[in-house]
Design a protein around this ligand. Structure first.
Ligand code: ZN
Length: 292
């Protein structure tokens, strides 16, 4: 499946029934071993509920259980379409936009968007970045709140960003721009042996064990953005720029409480920037959300 445009989308997912079958087939499939009688079974679609029944013992499988679609009364095709929109936009999808496109209430649209973002985050996972011979750029940025008054920093959210050069990114919203909040997240998520590039922020000074990481800095306050030896934080900074412009354009603003979900949505798309055509298929066939 390589859906890339709206015409192909509606050709493939032309009604709710097809979407339910898709869900059953990707998660279970014919010949799936029945969890009750333990035999490879043919599964028959039940008419009375959104479920399939084992040919031998009549056990039911509900394909939506354990996914973000569980307990939703919104038709499955609308869910799939909403996910399609998330994969085709570089700048994200607002609740208002979903409400308009799907013809659902704002409350429903908002809830769907939140669950889709969590789904993207669950699939993207938290695999550590870097490793021996790899460069990981680390930087953080302030988001939200007014930039006035002496304590403006404390009223803003801090987004910590890590990007493996030519590789994946990871973003985390942290409570404060302090050593205590930044360093553990970095050491948990950047493999030993990596070369870490940052700007000269005090919180990082002498924070990394020289045995675990090679550490290089550029000095932004002196107008230095890239050193001749390749030290730079340009990748993470351009990702931050994209993130902030997109959030401002699509959502106007996002509250600190929900910011983590939004940044994970952008992380998901960033990590698939070289293969965007795989996003829809992946989001409609992998459901780690409620499996744990
Ligand atoms: Zn059975």
């Amino acid at each position: 499946m390589k859906t890339t445009n709206i015409r192909q989308f509606f050709k493939e997912f032309h009604n709710d029934e097809v979407c339910l079958e898709h869900l059953f087939n990707t998660r279970f499939g014919q010949e799936h071993e029945c969890p009750k009688c333990k035999r490879a079974a043919k599964w028959y679609r039940l008419q009375s509920e959104q479920a399939f029944s084992c040919q031998w013992c009549g056990h039911h499988i509900h394909p939506m259980v354990g996914t973000i679609f569980e307990k939703s009364r919104t038709p499955l095709q609308l869910w799939f379409y909403a996910i399609f929109l998330f994969t085709t936009s570089r700048h994200g999808v607002s609740g208002k936009e979903l409400q308009r496109q799907l013809g659902v209430t704002y409350k429903t649209a908002w809830r769907m968007a939140a669950l889709i973002r969590e789904h993207m985050a669950a699939i993207d996972g938290e695999a550590p970045l870097g490793g021996k011979g790899k460069v990981v750029e680390v930087d953080e940025t302030f988001y939200g709140g007014k930039t006035t008054g002496l304590d403006w920093r404390s009223r803003k959210s801090v987004i910590l960003g890590m990007v493996e050069r030519d590789g994946n990114a990871m973003l985390h919203v942290v409570p404060k721009q302090s050593r205590q909040h930044l360093i553990p997240v970095i050491t948990d998520n950047v493999k030993h042996g990596s070369e870490i590039h940052t700007d000269e922020l005090r919180a990082y000074q002498k924070s990394f064990s020289r045995t675990n990481y090679t550490y290089k800095t550029v000095n932004h306050s002196q107008g230095e953005y890239a050193k001749p030896d390749g030290t730079t934080t340009n990748s993470i900074e351009s990702f931050f720029n994209h993130l902030k412009k997109s959030i401002a354009g699509t959502h106007t603003s996002v509250s600190p409480k929900h910011l983590q979900r939004y940044v994970k949505e952008f992380e998901y798309r960033f990590n698939r920037r070289m293969r965007p055509q795989t996003m829809l298929s992946e989001l409609l066939s992998r459901f780690p959300d409620l499996d744990a």
